[in-house]
Every structure is written in structure tokens, then in C-alpha cells.
Design a binder for this molecule. Sequence first.
Ligand code: DGL
Length: 274
Amino acid sequence: MSQPTASSTTARPFQGAIGVFDSGVGGLSVLRAIRAALPHEHLVYVADSGHAPYGDQSEAHITQRTLTVGNWLAEQGVKGITIACNTATVVAAKALREQTHLPVVAIEPAIKPAVALTRSGVVGVLATRQTVQSVAVARLMALYGAEKRILLQGCPGLVELVERADLHSAETEALLRQFITPLLEQGADILVLGCTHYPFLRDTIQRLAGQSVTLLDPAEAVARELARRLADSSGLTPHTEQGSVQFFTSGDVAQVQTVMSHLWDAPLTVRALP
Ligand code: DGL
């Protein structure tokens, strides 16, 4: 396959690529794990920043955005879709899977591995409000958490800070302290990063929590699962090819490009989602 471009005149310009999306820039934490695990693949990333944060919006809105972005990716010819957004997964992954024949791999809060790892028997989960209220997380807790204490902490405001690349300010630290302190006081020795924006706050979270607390981010597990699913279905791109990444957003292109270049640690070009 030649490197796909958005300006291609073919009807399906990203034929054979992998679509990855999030409500905004946070899914880059999953994209970098996919890029590392699958360096030969062509990736198309959509930051739905014009509609972020998902976590404070209705289930109907999150489902509608997930289906809209998922459909757009399918129309571009992608061979698989990764939902790099816990909120979209817990609210709308089922609806997307019902709508497409493509393999859909979706990140969800790492409650199962956290339960296996905790020594104190107390796990803290940092996530958006919609994620902590979701039926899907209640199901994960019932499945894996019966003999442990799982503390769900909604974190309104954090996504907005990461969307501005405001990672190290006093405001960010104060908000993180407010969310993390009650979990530590109740004995949590594992903190699940249950929103893909939060790995960009990892250094501050680790400093506030202390080195004895383990932070869990399932991005690498998602990349491995994606590789497995593609190997079983549409196939992986030959190792002779050099992979690529194309970026799109529904938000302010110039602002999203600046923030994503900062988080990706390299200059990148973002285009408007048509
Ligand atoms: N990155 C999304 C997640 O993993 C954030 C959702 C939001 O926009 O609130 O949940």
C-alpha cells in the first residue's frame, strides 16, 4: 500500500490504515503506544476537540459523536478502529460495534489488573464523571472487585487542562491533589489512570501520590490487543513499509496543532475534520 494521504483522489483515502480517536488530545497517549508496537502501520488520529470534554456530556451526545467519528473513519477505508477514550468506550463502544463490521478495540479503565496488583486491597480509579457513573464500570467492579475496595473518583476539569497543555501549573496540581488525596487517605496503593488524558499528568500524579503507589495506564495492552485483532482479521502491514500518522480535529486546528505537537514531542500537522 502506498502511503495514504487525505488529498488522494480515491474515495477511500486511508484504505488499510488504522483509525484512532478520542474526544481530544488525550488519545495521543494510546496512539504513541500503538505507534511503538506497530511501527509499520498507517494511522489516522481524530481529536474530537470541538466536542470535548465528553465526560461532562449526555450519553446520547457521546454516542452520537462516537458513531459520527467512527463512520467517518470507516468511510475513509480504515481496516480497524481504536477507541482511545474510556468515556466513549463505556458509553458507546457497543453501539459502534453494532454499526460496523470493522474490528473495534477500545480502552477501558484497568480495574482488572489493578485488583490483581493491589497489596493494600484498595484501588483508586481516576476517570471522567460519565465513566465513573457508567454501567460498564459497575460491571467491571462486580466482575473483579468483589473482594477489594474500589474507589471511583470523577475528575471534572482535568481534561480541559490537558486540552490546553496546562500540565504543570499550580491550578493543575491543586486539582490533582483534591482528587488524589481522599484515595490515598483511604489506603489506595494503585491508581488507575481511567482517562487517556491523564497519562500526560503522570509525573505530577506520581509525585503527589508517592513512589509506593503504582499508576496503571492500559495503553500498551490496548496496542497489543489491536495487533492481535488485526493479525486475525484484516492483517498487518508488511514490515517493508514505513508507517505514518495523519491527524485531524473537529476543534480549533491551530490550537489543537500546537497542543498536540507539544504532547507528541514533535511538530505535527493537524487538519480540520471534514
Ligand atoms: N480521553 C477521554 C477518556 O479517556 C476523556 C473524555 C472527555 O473528553 O471527558 O475518557
